[in-house]
Write a protein that binds this ligand. Structure first.
Ligand SMILES: *[C@@H]1O[C@H](CO)[C@@H](O)[C@H](O)[C@H]1NC(C)=O
Ligand SMILES: *[C@@H]1O[C@H](CO)[C@@H](O)[C@H](O)[C@H]1NC(C)=O
Ligand SMILES: *[C@@H]1O[C@H](CO)[C@@H](O)[C@H](O)[C@H]1NC(C)=O
Ligand SMILES: *[C@@H]1O[C@H](CO)[C@@H](O)[C@H](O)[C@H]1NC(C)=O
Length: 362
């Protein structure tokens, strides 16, 4: 057994560092983390997808990693903090060549992805494809661990989701006619329906513990505020309206899954509360401003950070930790850390019925 433990004590290479991992996380009962969704969690999968929806250039990554990784932030993402709190190494992007070790989990998230396949189709890894990749990983782990051990492994693991925001932004900011075909309620129902199917697919492989965030005031991100005529500081309300319908429907869907799926347990973070508090009162949370650190135009809301998308000119603040947003649509490392702490150990008024710590430990 000693030699087995020594064998298990290993170096894990991550984007930022080399960690010696042989403590709690490699004990027999360590719980893996599987991550699904959009740019809030994408550690660089889009670097391997034909898209302009990437963040693999300066100044992305400038603070924590000291180099661009593909993350849409100056530093870490929520999924990075959660992995750290769970004593797990940071999962590399699933699509990164050579990535074959999934005993700590995997990250399938893709910037721009939605629950619907139509959302930025061809430029993102949509949720269905993310599920397909997970099934591939599950098959490999069943071969490595054997069916019974793999089932136990999947039931201990936590599956973290952030999806929906892009489904709600796209039809309201493009010439899509989908909201002429479907009512807002029906459209939200399709988003939640596709999320539900993904959860059911993971449950079939043994997944039991799921983490979510709701959406809240999405129309108040700088890149959407610039769409309001006159740029008078108002939020882009059509997006807030869809987000509100989503936030009413999501808890109902999760309660139904709790009844339908054996041993289904979940954590939902009320981003509608934590985000609104920081938007409305940035100083209280240690931010100088609720505009973006990097970008151009009003609120630095034009999505030009790094000058590699459509617009080449951009401004960059000197200290991203003074800003709620790093770029026009994504939170700074400091803001991500605050939200992550609430997700990990927040009380039921902000994260419930389980927080992620309880979900990992249960
Ligand atoms: C409208 O949508 C079509 C097809 O998706 C696209 O080719 C076209 O460029 C869009 N036009 C505008 C003004 O966005
Ligand atoms: C999933 O989304 C598609 C559109 O991409 C829609 O046609 C379908 O009805 C949705 N599924 C559910 C269960 O809502
Ligand atoms: C800003 O303009 C929008 C419409 O253009 C209007 O509905 C809103 O009340 C205005 N907000 C402020 C703070 O003046
Ligand atoms: C936040 O969302 C939850 C459900 O997702 C809802 O019950 C609550 O009323 C919302 N709170 C605010 C302040 O929007």
């Amino acid at each position: 057994m000693t030699s087995l433990r020594l064998f298990l004590c290993c170096f894990v290479f991550t984007a930022s560092s080399i960690n010696l991992v042989c403590s709690r996380s490699l004990q027999k009962n360590h719980a893996a983390l599987f991550v699904f969704g959009d740019s809030l969690f994408d550690p660089g999968n889009n670097n391997y997808v034909g898209t302009i929806g990437r963040a693999n250039f300066y100044p992305y990554g400038e603070t924590f990693f000291k180099h661009p990784t593909g993350r849409f932030s100056d530093g870490r993402l929520i999924s990075d903090f959660i992995a750290r709190y769970a004593n797990l190494p940071l999962a590399p992007p699933y699509l990164q060549p050579g990535n074959k070790q999934f005993i700590y989990g995997a990250n399938f998230a893709s910037a721009g992805a939605g629950a619907l396949s139509e959302t930025y189709q061809g430029f993102v890894i949509d949720l269905k494809t993310q599920l397909r990749y997970f099934k591939r990983v599950a098959k490999q782990l069943r071969q490595e661990l054997g069916d019974a051990e793999a089932m136990a492994f999947f039931s201990r693991a936590v599956y973290l989701f952030n999806v929906g925001a892009n489904d709600y932004i796209l039809p309201l900011t493009s010439n899509s006619t989908v909201l002429e075909t479907f009512s807002k309620q029906e459209y939200v129902g399709m988003v939640i329906g596709n999320l539900t199917e993904t959860i059911e697919g993971i449950h079939k492989s043994g997944g039991r513990k799921f983490g979510f965030l709701n959406i809240g005031k999405l129309g108040c991100i700088p890149s959407l505020k610039v769409l309001v005529p006159g740029n008078n500081g108002s939020c882009f309300e059509p997006v807030n309206e869809l987000a509100k319908l989503n936030d009413a429907a999501l808890p109902k869907a999760l309660e139904e899954l709790e009844i339908k799926l054996a041993q289904f347990k979940y954590s939902m973070h009320y981003l509608n509360i934590s985000f609104a508090e920081r938007l409305n009162n940035p100083q209280k949370y240690g931010f100088k401003s609720n505009i973006a650190c990097c970008g151009s135009g009003p609120y630095r809301g034009i999505d030009s950070c790094g000058g590699r998308r459509v617009v080449a000119e951009y401004e960059l603040c000197s200290d991203p930790s003074e800003y709620l947003f790093f770029d026009s649509g994504h939170l700074s490392d400091k803001a991500n850390k605050q939200i992550s702490q609430l997700m990990w150990s927040g009380t039921p008024d902000i994260t419930g019925p389980y927080n992620l710590k309880a979900l990992f430990e249960t």
